[in-house]
Write a protein that binds this ligand. Structure first.
Ligand code: SF4
Length: 952
C-alpha cells in the first residue's frame, strides 16, 4: 500500500558505522497527525517507524510563511501529539472484538471474532429497523471520531439505514449562542491573525492549556506591542502571560462587558460609522410594544422583515436596505424620536435601538457593574478606554457556551466590539469555530456516479438551488442563500438535537423543570416554554426524537463522560431502552465499559485520514498510515463497510427484503452493503480519500491538480477557496493567498448583509420571549442555582492534556499531571472544611457526589472550585465524576424559533445543556489519594486486570 514516505534514513546511520547512531535508526518516515479535532489541531507530524512501530513522533514545522511580517504557524504540535504513540500499546487499548458477558458495566467480557461481533450488531440493527423503525438507530456525531474518514464511515452507514445522527452542538455544547444570535452564524479568523491585534482579551479561554500549537501568537503579538488581558474568575494558566489579569465573578461577564460599553458611549469613544452601518442599533423600535417598527405595522400587506431608521437630516423614515448595509445619502439617527402613523390609523412613537441601549446601560455604570462582577470600576474604565480605538480581538473559547446565560454574555462582549468597530479587520473580532473548507466528503455523499462528472453534478444542483432562491429574493448573497439552502435540506429528519432525546428518554424534563434550578426571572416553567414552542410549530418538520432509541453506536466519542448529568441520567433512563450499545474505539472509555459490543478501531498513525480542515489553519492536512493497526483493530472505513455488508447478508438469511422509515422511504436490505462502497468502487480508503481530494479541488477548496499522491509528497495543501459548505461560506471573506484570514470582511468592506432577521449584526432581539424575559437587549443575569442551594460554584475548562478525552489516560501525560483527577479549591474554603493539600474530598449537590483529590491554590477565588474536564469517569472512585453532578440545565429561551435566524439549523441554533457554575459543596472524605490513582484503584488498572484475567 503506498504511503507518504518522506525520507529514507541515510546509509551512514547504521549500526555498522556507529552504535550510537543505531539508537536513531528508523525504517520509514510517514506524514502523520492526530485527527481528534483538538480544535483545530492540523499539526503536520513526522512519524518515524522502526520494526513496525512508531518509534518517534516529531513536529514537522513545515507550514510556510503566509503573510510577510507575520510569524508562520510552526512548529505546530503539543505534548499530547508527540506522545501519541504511547497510546498505541497502552493497557486500555481495545485490541480485539469483545462481547459483554455480565451485566452492562460489570467488566465481564469475552473475546469474540469479527464475524461474531458483526453478526450481533447487524442483527440488532435489522431488528430495530423493523420495529420501531430505522430512526431508532442512533449515532453520536463526535469530533473525536477519527478525522474525516471516521466521521464519514459511520455517517454513511447510518445514513444508508435511515438512522439518526445526534446533533453535535447539543452533544458537546460548543455553541456560541450569543454570537449566533448577533451574527446569525459564527466564524473564526486564521490563528496567525491574532498577531495583528493591538489588544487581546483572553476571555472564556485558556490558550496556554488548550491552544498549545497557537499560543505563540499571543506572545508574539505582545512582542509586537499588543497588550494582553486575561479575564477570568481564577488566575488561569493563561493569566500569567497577560499584561493584566482581570478578575470577574463566575457568570458575570455580561455586567463587565456592558459597563465597558457604557464607558465608551458616555465618553464618546464609540465608532459611530461602524455602529450605523454594521449593526441594528439605528433601527427604530416602537415605544408601545418594544418591537421593531415593521412595514407591516404601517401598511396592510407590508413586509414583516422590512425595518426602518430615522434620517437625521430630513427627519423622515428610511427603509433599511435588505440587500446592503449601505445607507446611501441617509445619516441614520442613533438618538432621534419620531411619531409614525400605523395601518390602523393610530400613532406611535419610535426611537432607535441605540437610544434604548443608552437608557438600558444606565444600570451598568462601572460602580454598579462592579457590584455584580467584582471587577474594580477603575479597571473597567481602563480596559474600555484602552481598547476603544485599538484593534481588539477577543479570544473567546468554548467556555462561555457552557454558562446558562452564554447568549447574554456573548451578546454583551460583541456589543463592545461593535461599539469600538472591532470586526472584519485584521487583528479584530471574536473567535468561535468553523469547519470546511474540504467539500469532498460532502460531495461524495451526494454523488450518483463517481469521478469528476459526479462532483460537478452535485455542485451544479447546489448552484441551481441557490439560483432559485435568488430568483425569489434577489437580495440574497451567496452566504445567505447557502444558509437558506441548509434550512431546506430534508436531512433535518435524520438529525435530532440532543435536547429532544434527553428530554424524552433520559429524564431531563424533571431536572429542567426543577424549582430553583432554572432562571427565577423567567415567568414560566421549562415545560410551558417547551409546549409553547411546539404549539407554535417552531420545531416541527424536523426530527423530534419521537421514535424511541434501540441501537446506539458510539464511534470515538464518550457520551457517558461528556453528557452533563451523564451516568446519573443516561444509565438510569436512556441505557435500558437500548437493545444494543456498540462502541467503536481504539481504547476503553466509560462508554465502552457500559457497552454490549466493542469493535476495535485503528488508532491515529494506523490508518489513512484527513484532518478536519478549518479556517483557523487554512490547510488540508493528511494523516497517513505509518504502521499496521494493533491486534485485530481496523480503520473505521473498513469496519462500517463490513458491517454494511453483514447487515445485507443477515437480512437475506432472515428472508427480509426491505424496510421503510417514518417518511415512507423504502430501502432494500440488499442495497446497504453494495451501496455503502458502491460495489467495489470505494472499498479502499485510498480510493475514497483520493476522490475527496479531487472533488475538493473541483469545488475550489484546494489547487486544481490536487490528488492523494501529490498530498503525500508534502503532507498538506493550503486552502484556496471556501467551496460550498455553509460553515465555510459563512466566513464571508475572500481568501487571500498572502494574507491572514479575517472573517466578516464582506460585511465591513462590501457592505453585504448579515444572515439575521434584520440583516445587520443584531443586538436587539424583539422575539416575544426575549421581550418578556427582559433580554431584548444584552443584559446581565445571575447564573441560577443549578444543582441546589449550595455555597460553591464549580467551574471548569479543558484540562492540560485534554482536548477531548482521547489522551486522558496516556501514561506519559498522566506522569506530568499528578496522574489522577484533582480539583482546585481556595485554601480558605479548604481550611473552613478541614481539608488539606491532596486530601480526598467528597463533592456533592442534589444531583449526587463524586470523590476527588483537593489541590489548594489561592489562584481560585473563595466560593469557586475548578474541576477541569476531560477526565474519564472511570478514573474516579465508583466511576462517578463531576459530569455526574452537573444537571445539564437548558435555558428555555433557546427553544425560541420562528424569528429570522432564530430557528433550528443543524449545528447551530438549538437548546444546549450547560454546566459552568453548578452549585456544589465539599467535605473531607474517608480514604486517601495516592500518587497515580484514587484509593480504590484507577479504572484503567481495572481494565488491565480484566484483560490479564483473559477477558480480552
Ligand atoms: Fe496538534 Fe492535536 Fe496532535 Fe496536539 S494532538 S500535536 S494539537 S494535532
Amino acid at each position: 500500500m503506498p504511503r507518504s514516505r518522506i525520507a529514507r534514513p541515510p546509509a551512514s546511520r547504521t549500526a555498522e558505522t556507529s552504535p550510537y547512531r543505531d539508537e536513531l535508526r528508523w525504517d520509514d518516515v510517514v506524514w502523520s497527525s492526530h485527527c481528534v479535532d483538538c480544535y483545530p489541531g492540523n499539526c503536520p507530524f513526522r512519524a518515524y517507524v522502526r520494526d513496525g512501530v512508531i518509534w518517534r513522533e516529531e513536529q514537522a514545522g513545515t507550514y510556510g510563511v503566509v503573510e510577510p511580517g507575520v510569524p508562520d504557524m510552526n512548529p505546530m504540535g503539543c505534548q499530547k501529539g508527540v506522545g501519541w504513540s504511547f497510546t498505541h500499546a497502552a493497557a486500555e487499548r481495545i485490541l480485539h472484538p469483545m462481547r459483554r458477558v455480565g451485566a452492562r458495566g460489570s467488566g465481564k467480557w469475552e473475546r469474540i471474532s469479527w464475524d461474531e461481533a458483526l453478526d450481533e450488531v447487524a442483527d440488532a440493527v435489522i431488528d430495530a429497523a423493523g420495529e420501531p423503525g430505522p430512526e431508532s438507530i442512533f449515532y453520536e456525531t463526535s469530533p473525536a471520531q477519527g478525522g474525516m474518514v471516521g466521521v464519514v464511515a459511520v455517517a454513511r452507514f447510518i445514513g444508508m439505514l435511515g438512522g439518526v445522527a445526534i446533533d453535535l452542538e447539543g452533544v458537546i455544547n460548543d455553541f456560541n449562542s450569543g454570537m449566533y444570535a448577533t451574527y446569525g452564524k459564527f466564524n473564526v479568523s486564521s490563528v496567525d491573525d491574532w498577531f495583528h491585534a493591538d489588544r487581546i482579551l483572553i476571555w472564556h479561554m485558556n490558550p496556554a492549556y488548550t491552544r498549545i500549537p497557537f499560543y505563540h501568537y499571543v506572545a508574539e503579538a505582545r512582542y509586537r506591542g499588543a497588550r494582553v488581558y486575561t479575564i477570568a474568575p481564577d488566575v488561569s494558566p493563561s493569566a500569567m502571560h497577560a499584561d493584566t489579569y482581570v478578575p470577574v465573578r463566575p457568570g458575570s461577564d455580561a455586567a463587565l462587558a456592558l459597563a465597558m460599553c457604557r464607558v465608551v458611549i458616555d465618553e464618546g469613544r464609540y465608532d459611530v460609522r461602524f455602529v450605523r452601518e454594521q449593526t441594528d442599533l439605528p433601527l427604530l423600535v416602537r415605544d408601545d410594544t418594544g418591537r421593531f417598527l415593521r412595514e407591516s405595522d404601517m401598511r396592510e400587506g407590508g413586509r414583516d422583515d422590512q425595518f426602518f431608521a430615522l434620517d437625521e437630516k430630513s427627519k423622515t423614515l428610511v427603509r433599511a436596505d435588505r440587500g446592503s448595509l449601505r445607507w446611501g445619502q441617509t445619516v441614520p439617527s442613533l438618538d432621534g424620536r419620531i411619531n409614525v402613523r400605523l395601518a390602523d390609523g393610530g400613532r406611535v412613537r419610535v426611537r432607535p435601538v441605540f437610544a434604548r441601549l443608552r437608557e438600558h446601560l444606565k444600570a451598568y455604570s462601572p460602580e454598579a457593574a462592579s457590584a455584580s462582577c467584582g471587577t474594580h470600576p477603575d479597571l473597567i474604565r481602563a480596559i474600555a478606554r484602552d481598547c476603544a480605538g485599538a484593534k481588539t480581538s477577543i479570544l473567546l473559547g468554548f467556555n462561555s457556551c457552557k454558562y446558562y446565560h452564554c447568549d447574554l454574555m456573548e451578546r454583551s462582549m460583541l456589543l463592545f466590539l461593535a461599539l469600538t468597530g472591532n470586526w472584519g479587520k485584521k487583528g479584530t473580532g471574536a473567535r468561535s469555530w468553523s469547519a470546511g473548507p474540504f467539500d469532498g466528503p460532502f460531495i461524495s455523499g451526494m454523488k450518483t456516479r463517481p469521478g469528476a462528472a459526479g462532483a460537478r453534478e452535485v455542485l451544479a444542483a447546489r448552484q441551481l438551488g441557490i439560483d432559485m432562491l435568488r430568483a425569489q429574493d434577489p437580495t440574497l448573497t451567496d452566504e445567505l442563500a447557502t444558509l437558506e439552502l441548509l434550512s431546506m435540506v430534508p436531512m433535518h429528519r435524520k438529525i435530532v438535537p440532543a435536547f429532544f432525546l434527553l428530554e424524552r428518554y433520559a429524564g431531563y424534563g424533571d431536572v429542567w423543570n426543577r424549582r430553583g434550578w432554572g432562571d427565577p426571572t423567567l415567568p414560566r416553567s421549562f415545560d410551558e416554554y417547551f409546549r409553547e414552542a411546539r404549539e407554535a410549530g417552531w420545531w416541527s418538520g424536523m426530527n423530534d426524537g419521537s421514535v424511541p432509541p434501540r441501537v446506539f453506536i458510539e464511534v470515538g466519542g464518550n457520551v457517558l463522560r461528556r453528557t452533563r448529568g451523564g451516568q446519573n441520567m443516561l444509565l438510569r433512563n436512556f441505557w435500558p431502552m437500548l437493545k444494543m450499545v456498540a462502541t467503536v474505539d481504539f481504547h476503553m472509555t466509560t462508554t465502552a465499559l457500559q457497552s454490549d459490543i466493542l469493535l476495535p478501531a485503528a488508532n491515529h498513525g494506523e490508518k489513512l485520514n484527513v484532518h478536519y480542515a478549518t479556517p483557523h489553519v487554512m490547510q488540508v492536512l493528511l494523516a497517513d498510515r505509518a504502521v499496521a493497526p494493533a491486534g485485530e483493530a481496523k480503520p473505521e472505513w473498513e469496519i462500517f463497510q463490513l458491517l454494511a455488508r453483514r447487515v445485507s447478508e443477515r437480512a437475506r438469511a432472515r428472508g427480509l427484503t426491505s424496510f421503510s422509515d417514518r417518511d415512507g422511504t423504502v430501502r432494500n436490505w440488499a442495497d446497504i452493503g453494495e451501496g455503502y462502497t458502491q460495489g467495489e468502487l470505494y472499498r479502499s480508503d485510498e480510493r475514497l480519500v483520493d476522490e475527496w481530494i479531487r472533488d475538493s479541488a473541483i469545488a475550489g477548496n484546494i489547487p486544481k491538480t490536487s490528488t492523494l499522491a501529490r498530498l503525500r509528497k508534502k503532507g498538506f495543501v493550503r486552502v484556496e477557496g471556501w467551496g460550498a459548505s455553509p460553515l465555510a461560506v459563512t466566513q464571508a471573506s475572500e481568501i487571500r493567498p498572502d494574507r491572514t484570514h479575517v472573517p466578516n470582511r464582506d460585511h465591513v468592506e462590501k457592505k453585504y448583509p448579515y444572515p439575521t432577521l434584520t440583516r445587520r449584526a443584531q443586538f436587539y432581539i424583539d422575539h416575544p420571549w426575549f421581550l418578556e424575559a427582559g433580554e431584548a437587549l444584552p443584559t446581565h443575569k445571575e447564573t441560577p442555582a443549578m444543582g441546589g442551594d449550595y455555597p460553591l460554584q464549580m467551574t471548569s475548562g479543558h484540562m492540560r492534556w485534554s482536548i477531548h478525552s482521547s489522551n486522558v489516560t496516556n501514561r506519559l501525560m498522566l506522569a506530568t499531571h499528578r496522574g489522577e483527577p484533582f480539583i482546585f479549591v481556595n485554601p480558605a474554603d479548604a481550611a473552613r472544611r478541614g481539608v488539606g493539600e491532596g486530601d480526598r474530598i467528597r463533592v456533592f449537590n442534589d444531583m449526587g457526589e463524586f470523590f476527588v483529590a483537593a489541590k489548594l491554590t489561592p489562584g481560585v477565588r473563595p466560593g469557586q472550585v475548578v474541576m477541569y474536564n476531560g477526565w474519564d469517569p472511570a478514573q474516579f472512585s465508583g466511576w462517578r465524576g463531576p459530569m455526574d453532578i452537573e444537571p445539564g440545565m437548558v435555558k428555555p429561551l433557546l427553544l425560541a424559533g420562528g424569528y429570522g435566524h432564530i430557528r433550528y439549523r443543524p449545528g447551530m441554533w438549538q437548546p444546549v445543556p450547560v454546566d459552568r457554575a453548578t452549585r456544589v459543596e465539599f467535605e473531607r472524605a474517608a480514604g486517601r489519594c495516592r500518587g497515580n490513582a484514587t484509593d480504590d484503584g484507577a479504572c484503567m488498572r481495572r481494565v488491565s486486570r480484566r484483560r490479564s484475567n483473559g477477558s480480552g
